[in-house]
Design a protein around this ligand. Structure first.
Ligand code: CUA
Length: 339
């Protein structure tokens, strides 16, 4: 193994370690794990097969012609036979492409109708996805849960299908919600509500990202979908519904946090912090990453983020609050308690 490979391997191992196990780290459209992604996959394979056949036929004929009818003498002055106006050929190369386009169009339309026309079952898990510059807000209206960047949904099984019905909205500009292994892209447009659904059939963490250029940190508008068995999902949901920790030992840290401007943008359930401009922090420590999937949620990264978010994610709307080191310690201590 050469050196750069070894470094890449080490980095990969580190990322796997810090982001936890079971991350489907390559967002591979060729390994669909939910019905909508599977429909997209089937259409893609049909398209690829037809295009490959066209490539082989056209490339084969071209190669054959070049070889078979090449000029055999270096100084042969004669032109080859010139053929004009063959009705049969004209008709063939009009009709065949029309048929191909028709087949592809109909296959695509069928997949679109299959995915978009599905009626949501009564027990579908409703989630409102709100795109922000540059993070994702996930609201579960029926459960009273608000979280960010990490969407939890139950595993769908043949015996007990589980559908998550997503309602997509934007708080600012156009974004696009894309988790390649679970579904195709759906645009997230200000003033318009779009809908999509997923029924993940494999446990684990699926990576996704914003797929519509939305400003400087578009590339760092990452998201993760955590697919877990129904019992684990229930456990997660129950924990999210609890008010944030009210440990008496954190009294001073909490007082400091609540006295700062943080509360104008962030919510911590059960406190006077009710801002909605930034991510809900009620259960910040239940999330594996910070800054919309950019860095692992470790105490060091949390401290660095609160100290100067711009250093990690230049352009993020969270300003450097110019906290002194006592305030910084207290805020990080308090945030670290929000499990
Ligand atoms: Cu949001 Cu790109």
């Amino acid at each position: 193994m050469n050196c750069s490979l070894r470094i890449a391997g080490a980095l990969f191992a580190t990322a796997e370690f810090s982001f936890g196990q079971n991350v489907h780290s390559i967002a591979n459209v060729f390994k669909p794990q939910a019905t909508p992604a599977n429909s997209v996959y089937n259409v893609s394979m049909l398209m690829l097969a037809i295009c490959a056949a066209i490539f082989v036929v056209v490339g084969g004929l071209l190669t054959f012609t070049i070889v078979r009818f090449r000029s055999r003498k270096a100084d042969d002055p004669r032109e080859p036979a010139q053929v004009y106006g063959s009705n049969r050929i004209e008709i063939a190369w009009t009709v065949i492409p029309v048929l191909i386009v028709l087949v592809l169009g109909m296959a695509t339309a069928r997949a679109v109708v299959e995915v978009q026309g599905k009626r949501m079952p009564a027990d579908a898990l409703k989630v409102t996805v709100i795109g922000h510059q540059w993070w994702w807000e996930f609201r579960y209206p029926d459960l009273g849960i608000v979280t960010a960047n990490e969407l939890h949904v139950p595993l769908s099984m043949a015996a007990k299908p589980a559908v998550a019905a997503l309602r997509l909205e934007s708080a600012d500009v156009a974004h696009s919600f894309w988790v390649p292994q679970l579904a195709g892209k759906t645009d997230v447009i200000p003033g318009i509500t779009n809908h999509m659904w997923i029924d993940p059939q494999q446990e684990g963490i699926f990576l996704g990202n914003c797929a519509e250029y939305c400003g400087m940190q578009h590339a760092n508008m990452l998201l993760r979908v955590v697919v877990e068995p129904a019992a684990d999902f229930e456990k997660w949901a129950a924990a999210q519904k609890m008010d944030a920790g009210s440990d008496a030992r954190l009294e001073s840290a909490r007082t400091t946090f609540l006295s700062l401007n943080c509360i104008n943008c962030h919510t911590v359930s059960g406190t006077i912090a009710t801002g909605t401009f930034g991510p809900d922090l009620s259960h910040l420590m239940s999330r594996a990453t910070l800054a919309s999937g950019m860095v692992p949620n470790t105490p060091e990264n949390l401290r660095a983020w609160v100290k100067d978010p711009q250093a990690i994610k230049h352009g993020t709307l969270m300003p450097n609050m110019q906290l002194n080191s006592r305030e910084l310690d207290e805020v990080v201590k308090y945030l670290s308690s929000l499990k």
